[in-house]
Design a protein around this ligand. Sequence first.
Ligand code: PEP
Ligand code: MN
Length: 335
Amino acid sequence: MLVVMDQNASQEEISSVVRAIEAQGLVARPIPGGQRVAIGILHNQGPVDPLWLRELPGVKEVIRVTKPYKLVSRECKPADTLVHVGDVSIGNGHHTIIAGPCAVESESQALAIGRLVKEAGAHLFRGGAFKPRTSPYSFQGLGEEGLKILAQVRDETGLPVVTEDPDHEAFDLVEAYADVVQIGARNMQSFSLLRRAGQSHRPILLKRGMSATIEEWLMAAEYILEGGNPNIVLCERGIRTFADHSRNTLDLSAVLVVQKESHLPIIIDPSHAAGRRSQVIPMSRAAVAVGAHGLIVEVHNVPEKALSDGGQSLYPEQFEDLCQQVQVLRRQLTP
Ligand code: PEP
Ligand code: MN
């Protein structure tokens, strides 16, 4: 249930509606919007009678939220959410490019890639310090040393950094170094991690699980918002299908559905979707064309020597080319 307040409802009227809802043993969550405040009613078991709410001063209307996700829905908040990371904004009207290696491998590797992606036009730097890998024998990341290197890349290039948190235990550490905390596809339904992310003061990049429906993905985001963190960027990174011509199948229609259903920004990861370098630039163009709010792309200075995901990492010149293509496309598409 959503209580929509009048455009000129006073703060006192908003507070007294919140108190009235809480007096019924329910949870009230004010959601400030561009035009007006709405108050979400959460944790109700079964429908709430809207009649008494409609009579309260300052209330414009009471809407039944029909979807299982509430706070992430457009019904609750019609205006698009913009996520701010330093000077960078992610969301409607912006196209944000996040780039860097799959994993931070050394100081020299990360700094070299940081400099080149900054020069080409990236807005944020990515790099894994903790790498959740399919095989326990594969490179697992440098851990805290990797986080320190990420901080160095930020200091030197001015680019905010995005890095994955693999579990609840490491969250405090990752949060201390990262500007954006990534929750990976494998962890999209790690509910204790989502709850911890809900308490974070950092924006969260929430990847779609490999076999998650859009509803499941939005419910995962709901955990974070319900926990109190409104700064979430969704990331489509391909889903598992029977196709084997790419690592995963990039579901570009997810952009349209998410933008209809939710106010949260959505970006595309063409690298983990494709799994091969040759598909990354064309799929990025498609992502721009469909209206995604940005890209997260793997780039390596020497992909042949990369400790993970070298085969899908762009060469530096390819990344420069991609940034230029994105600019040209955006100019053509912007009315
Ligand atoms: C990554 O971004 O490095 C990564 C492992 O992504 P995903 O969780 O989408 O597989
Ligand atoms: Mn990777």
